[in-house]
Write a protein that binds this ligand. Structure first.
Ligand code: PLP
Length: 386
């Protein structure tokens, strides 16, 4: 199988699994327990927190462990907005993950917030000036993702943060897809909050973190025993926390080299698909995109049908984001980019991993051409292969 759905999830790396093992077996203590086993678990959490703080260029106290990207996004949006005395207005974009958009919608429904959803251009990029223009005196938070999960576009978060800071409005960025590919130094980015998910990075599902700038008021979402300095109650996922730190360290160690190699392979793949698959259309900006991301529309097919054909040929990819997979609705991200709904339903996303080779991808491009031709020949749009 050639796995090209790394934006959905990644396999756990061997070194990560090995680092977790002791904390699932012999060293299984609860970090809150006052005995040897508990202290050993607490030390593992402290050590992981220190490594992750180094990775993000922040203080250890600014890291809050969560169950993943969704919880980190929920905590950032609800926690910051509900704690702010400034007002009840949030600015976000039309291409955010549902974890952000639905948290904003919850605040609208239940807490009387107003949400301004800023659009993107046809290449899937938001303009920093549009975000700045949407800020009002009662804006409590700006939330703009660092990299999009469907088309891979990298947003001008640093520029947005500078403009928002001038208006004294905190900025959250969802860096779930960017982790392992972009520099996540929070001071260089200028953000006040940043979400990470372990399973996009070679750690298991169920672990993530929220970076929250020191001094930023936060209303907790989970209430209980007061772990994470009262900001996120719940017994720590010790093995997951250790895993996240190891995965981040490994991903950072070869990041620049990996980005360079993967971008070359991806560019060759995009060129080959555009040259050989009639009417194929790349979605998202050609340059400002993650190294691992290539997504297309193939008018006259359905994304699901092409996906199934490719799976029969041993290639695993996605017809959109994992959370939207199986849904018949066209992707809101593609619609926000002005793509016609009929064309948006023909989207297929390929997201590469560090072990994906250029040679593999040339073979994949040939299979894509065959799959698209096969789907078109049996009657085009929205028809599944037999
Ligand atoms: N944000 C983005 C951009 C994502 O792509 C995802 C997952 O696909 C999430 C948030 C949610 O992360 P998790 O699966 O860890 O809840």
């Amino acid at each position: 199988m050639i796995y090209l759905d790394h934006a959905a999830t990644t396999p756990v790396r061997r070194e990560v699994l090995e680092a977790m093992w002791p904390y699932l077996t012999g060293d299984f203590g609860n970090p809150s327990s006052h005995h040897g086993l508990g202290e050993s678990a607490a030390a593992a959490v402290r050590n992981a927190r220190q490594q992750l703080a180094e990775w993000l260029g922040c203080r250890e106290s600014e890291i809050i462990f969560t169950s993943g990207g969704t919880e980190a996004d929920n905590l950032a949006i609800m926690g910051i907005a509900l704690a702010s005395p400034r007002g009840k207005h949030i600015v976000t974009t039309a291409i955010e993950h549902p974890a952000v958009l639905e948290s904003c919608a919850f605040l609208e429904r239940h807490h009387g917030f107003e949400v301004t959803v800023v659009g993107v251009d046809e290449s899937g990029l938001v303009a920093a000036t549009d975000i700045a223009g949407a800020i009002r005196p009662d804006t409590t938070l700006v939330s703009v993702m660092l990299a999009n999960n469907e088309v891979g576009t990298v947003q001008p978060v640093r520029e947005i943060a500078a403009l928002a800071r001038a208006a004294s409005v905190p900025v959250h960025t969802d860096a779930v897809q960017a982790a392992g590919w972009l520099d996540l130094g929070v001071n260089e980015l200028g953000v006040d909050a940043l979400s990470i998910s372990g399973h996009k990075l070679g750690a298991p599902k169920g672990i993530g973190l929220l970076y929250l700038r020191g001094g930023m008021p936060l209303e907790p979402v989970l209430h209980g025993g007061g772990q994470e300095r009262g900001r996120r109650s719940g017994t720590e996922n010790v093995a997951g926390i250790v895993a996240l730190a190891v995965a981040a360290r490994l991903a950072e160690a070869d990041r620049l080299e990996r980005v360079a190699l993967t971008s070359l392979a991806r560019d060759a793949f995009i060129d080959e698909v555009l040259a050989t698959v009639p009417d194929a259309r790349l979605t998202g900006a050609r340059t400002s995109r993650l190294a691992a991301s290539a997504s297309f529309c193939f008018p006259g097919t359905s994304g699901e049908s092409v996906l199934l054909r490719l799976e029969e040929r041993g290639i695993t990819c996605s017809s959109g984001s994992a959370c939207a997979a199986g849904s018949d609705d066209p992707s809101p991200v593609l619609l926000a980019m002005g793509i016609d709904p009929g064309v948006a339903q023909t989207a297929v996303r390929f997201t590469l991993g560090s072990d994906t080779t250029a040679e593999q991808l040339i073979g994949v491009a040939a299979e894509v051409r065959a799959a698209v031709a096969a789907v078109r020949s049996i009657g085009g749009t929205r028809q599944s292969p037999s």
